[in-house]
Ligand binder design. Sequence first.
Ligand SMILES: Nc1ncnc2c1ncn2[C@@H]1O[C@H](COP(=O)(O)OP(=O)(O)OP(=O)(O)O)[C@@H](O)[C@H]1O
Length: 662
Amino acid sequence: MTLLQDLRDAGVLRPLDNALAQSLRRLDPGTSDLVLAAAALASLAVANGHAGFSPSRPQRLVEADIDWPTPEAWRAALEASRWVARPDAPDTESAAEAPLVYEDADAGRGLLYLRRYREYERRLADGLRRIGATLPQGGTLDTLAPLFGALFPHARAGAGSPDLQARAAAVALRHNLVLITGGPGTGKTTTITRLLVLLVAQALQAGRPAPRIALAAPTGRAAERMAESLRRAVQQLDGANLDPALLGALPAAGTTLHRLLGTIPDSATFRHHADNPLPFDVVVVDEASMIDLPLMAKLVEAVADGARLVLLGDPDQLPSVEAGDVLSGILRAAGDGARIAIDDAQALQPLLGPSASAGHSGHGRAPVPAAPSAAGAFPGRRIHLQRGYRQSAALDLAPLATAVREGDADNALSLLRGGLAGVRFHEGEADPLLAHRETLLAHWSALTDTSDPADALARAGRLRILTAVREGPQGARGLNARIEAMLTGSGTGVAVRRSSGAYFHGRLLLVTENSYRHRLFNGDIGICLADGAGAVMAWFPGDDAHSPRPFHPAALPAHDSAFAMTVHKAQGSEFDTVWLVLPERFNRVLSRELVYTGMTRARSALHVVGSAPILRSALERHASRWSGLAWRLGAEAPQRLDASAPQTIADVSEAPTQGALF
Ligand SMILES: Nc1ncnc2c1ncn2[C@@H]1O[C@H](COP(=O)(O)OP(=O)(O)OP(=O)(O)O)[C@@H](O)[C@H]1O
């Protein structure tokens, strides 16, 4: 028996993984079994969201009982193979002839890449360094100080903790590559809006045209949400007596990254790339945690020389379903974002006051931690916003979200049981459609109490069942099938013959692929409505909330029902009421990031259905991926799950995320 055969027999390889191994064997029948197996596993690793495969921890990728070779044996075989390139340095292009690349990229340990993904990682690191290397051409900060003070009245407010939003905007004025992180409602969009106002003012003061600004996000829904938040933030500035020209120069709409970069039909390349860069001076990208490695590499390469890239994201959310986990790689290189670099602190004194300078307390002000380099190996700056501002009297989610994020299961359970405002724990239940059938059906039936598609779409966003997985009894697919049967069988839906009854009045749809022809994107949610004659159209959001767009169901891009959806698919969306359904039995996709992301989709009510043991086991695990990005950016720190950092990982195991499951 060989390792490759063992893997095949165990049924863990996809046909594609096996085909890669077979083609290497065909090209060179002498290829070692360990290399063939590692090639197949590198291919499988990408499908599971990793950038490469770590031969020192194969059990993370494959649960089957396999007699694994030692990492040393694997290393020796890989290093001796003609198929495996060993580039001299993390930023050297790897030889095109070798389909595999082996580097000590995983916090100093070996990582075997498919060459394409290794090159994406190298190009991404190069691109980040290129953007971060140029400092923005600025006017003097003194002339901006009055406007800065009007936008951030607490920036120089004396004692107390620093105004991190003000600091984020100020630091972003000085750097072309900036990452602003924070949980929901910490004011990322508010801060960006004010930063953009400052950038416009700076340009106008210097006699330059206002900067060309792009707002983008990985999904259409996330882009729309970002633009909505920006419009709200602009409205809040109405009372601040600002020059209307400043606000007038801000973008009113967001776009998807694919649209921004310009898709070319049937091609993996975009219209914009290094040789045809984006025509924008400032590119702001929200929901950075959702961006996969190939897309981020292409985005970064398309940012023009001298332009700014501002990434926004919540570091505690699930990583992207596709390969990469780019944000966490950047975060590992960028440090915790809590300190300000000494040179920034000094340069920003006109805006932030003397308290911004190197870590000492001036005139009774609280010290501001400063560091020689606040950003570690990251070629830009990271600022982490900590204070949540989106307080809702109806929903007191913050303490629960913190407990989940920190993996503090005792606290999370006691908060869930103790009755936080707006939070209900249906402990020990497994099926929301049994005990809560009437409540849920009443909601879905009421979706069609209106004949106005815009109204129906607004209602559709009010409630969602979120699941950990797609398949299985508690998966989104099974729940959707049961809900559809209940709705059509209970007479609340009008089955339509023309579409084999599938598209009934009131059916919620979730688009599962990007279609530029339709302007419908992965994650978009629509509703089927029948007209008086019984003809059904699927309605999706239009350019504004009042102009939804109708589509014939038969003409839609790939889609599923959307009464229930996976937490992965819900990233970038929010709903008034969320029912988060945990599986009855342990599932390896469970992680604290999954529970956190699911819970934080709720705006005013959260129901958690599941058992305490399952919640505990979810909170014990991180959703993390193999990636060499932090290493490539020069970070020395081991991955948070590295065995060499036991103090941070003692109780945490890894949750390999199965891309195929979502
Ligand atoms: N400094 C502040 N003072 C008062 N309210 C604030 C402040 N910053 C933000 N807010 C309010 O908090 C809410 C959330 O802000 P914002 O939308 O900017 O957060 P966010 O981090 O972008 O959130 P998310 O990405 O989760 O949507 C908004 O209603 C905003 O007006």
